[in-house]
Structures are given as C-alpha cells and as structure tokens.
Write a protein that binds this ligand. Structure first.
Ligand SMILES: [Fe+2]
Length: 252
C-alpha cells in the first residue's frame, strides 16, 4: 500500500515528536503492509512549512530505515490566503514529490460555495487538489452535491482510514460511507500522528473497504491511485457502480 498522508517527521507539527517516535511509526507502517509513505507536515497558521527542512528529515529517516519503507515529500497544505498565493507562485514547494498533486486541508468553518472558486484557481495552475478527509470537515459534511461538483471540476478526495472504523465519530463515518457509495473517493490514507491513537496502519481500513466495496476498489484507493500521485501520473479510472452503463461505455 501507499500512504499519501502522514505526520511522521519529528518536531515539525503535532505529529511525531522525536526521531525515535518517527522510526517507530515507520516500522509500524512497514509491518502493516505500507511500502511507500508521504511525509506531509502541516503548513498552517500554527506550523510553518520549510521544504528544505522536510527534505533533510526525509533523507535522514530514509538513511536510518535502510530501505524498510520509501519516504516521499509532501505537505498538509491548509487552504488560507497566504498559502494559496504562495502555492500558485511556487507549486512544487508544496506538491507531493514536487509533481502534480497537492494535499489540501480545507478550513473547518468556511463558505462552501466560495471554496469551489478557490479550488479552480489551483486547477487552472495545473495543480490537482486532493482534498484531505472531507468526511471530517464540518462545512463539507452533508454537502455531497458540492463534493460532486468539485470532483467534476477535477479535484480528488482522500478519506482517512480511521474515519471508516468510526474513530472520528458517527457523522464522519456516515459521510465517508456516502462518499464511497457515490463513487467520490479516490484515496484512503492514514493521516498518522503517532503509534497509538492515530497510527500509520492502513490494514484494517483496507480489509473493511475490500469486504464492503470490493477488492478492485480497495486496490485502486490504497495502491494504484496513491502510486500515481507519487509520480505525478493520471490516476486509475475507478470501477463505476452502474454496471450496465459501464457495459455500454465499453462498446461505444
Ligand atoms: Fe494531516
């Protein structure tokens, strides 16, 4: 599996606090079946983001884990005015491995209709926004129609594995299920912050998605799609829920 959202770098945000904790998190990720993990420290009003510091820590952790797991560079990009201006001017500073995809955390209380214009500004700059955990955002929860519009525009959705297990409450769980049932999920990631409460262990969520929505979808969301993000390639087409429509599309 490929985990595109994690706070494994020590001392940069509210994730790992020490190098030892980071190493422990990476061991846990590898032992639960993750081959690649993107380090996405916060860039928000509380935590500043410096790509040079991220690079140094990724290199140090890669050296110390000796091939146990591949670590990639990214950012948990909070969508505020200053960040937006900087990302439009310097996209590679924040995107995953400096390529096409940006992990975007929306403000918790925001005007949902204004958000579409902002996301389109990123798309016009050829940055593909991956909205992190829409199921946990209080402004987005329940706004399935708006999420549908964003996806039609070209945005992608990342659900947090623990949301599917109920760790973020019933509202997040129900909205995550609605997103799945509406074919509006493109990635599942851990958003790991530590080894205990928010661990980098995707295995339970992978099993749940396989059992409920099928192994083809689980492979797309935990493996193929996130793999494409690492290299800036187009993501796989997802299996469509309407089999009849798919049949006719095939014969067109
Ligand atoms: Fe995060």
């Amino acid at each position: 599996m490929v985990d595109i959202h994690s706070h494994i770098l020590p001392g940069l945000d509210d994730g790992s606090k020490t190098m030892d904790e980071s190493l422990e998190m990476l061991q846990l990720a590898a032992s639960s079946g993750t081959t690649d993990i993107v380090a996405t420290p916060h860039a928000n009003l509380e935590f500043s983001f410096d790509p040079a510091v991220v690079s140094n820590l990724v290199n140090e952790l890669s050296d110390r884990t000796k091939g146990l797991i591949k670590i990639h560079k990214g950012c948990d990009f909070h969508l505020n005015v200053d960040n937006l201006q900087d990302a439009l001017a310097n996209p590679a500073k924040y995107t995953v491995n400096g390529r096409a995809y940006l992990m975007v955390e929306l403000p918790d209380l925001t005007s949902i209709s204004a958000m579409r214009n902002v996301l389109n500004r990123l798309l016009e700059t050829r940055i593909i926004p991956i909205i992190t955990h829409p199921e946990r955002n209080r402004s987005v929860q329940g706004n399935l129609k708006e999420v549908e519009l964003w996806v039609k525009d070209g945005c992608l959705m990342q659900v947090t594995g623990q949301s599917l297990l109920g760790h973020f409450g019933q509202t997040a769980l129900r909205f995550a299920e609605s997103l799945f049932d509406s074919d509006l999920v493109h990635f599942v990631a851990s958003d790991a912050h530590d080894c205990v409460n928010r661990p980098p262990n995707l295995a339970p969520a992978f099993k749940l998605v396989s059992d409920r929505w099928g192994s083809e979808r689980a492979d797309a969301l935990f493996n193929h799609n996130p793999q494409a993000v690492l290299w800036g390639e187009a993501i796989y087409a997802l299996p469509k829920p309407n089999k009849k429509a798919r049949f006719f599309a095939f014969w067109k």
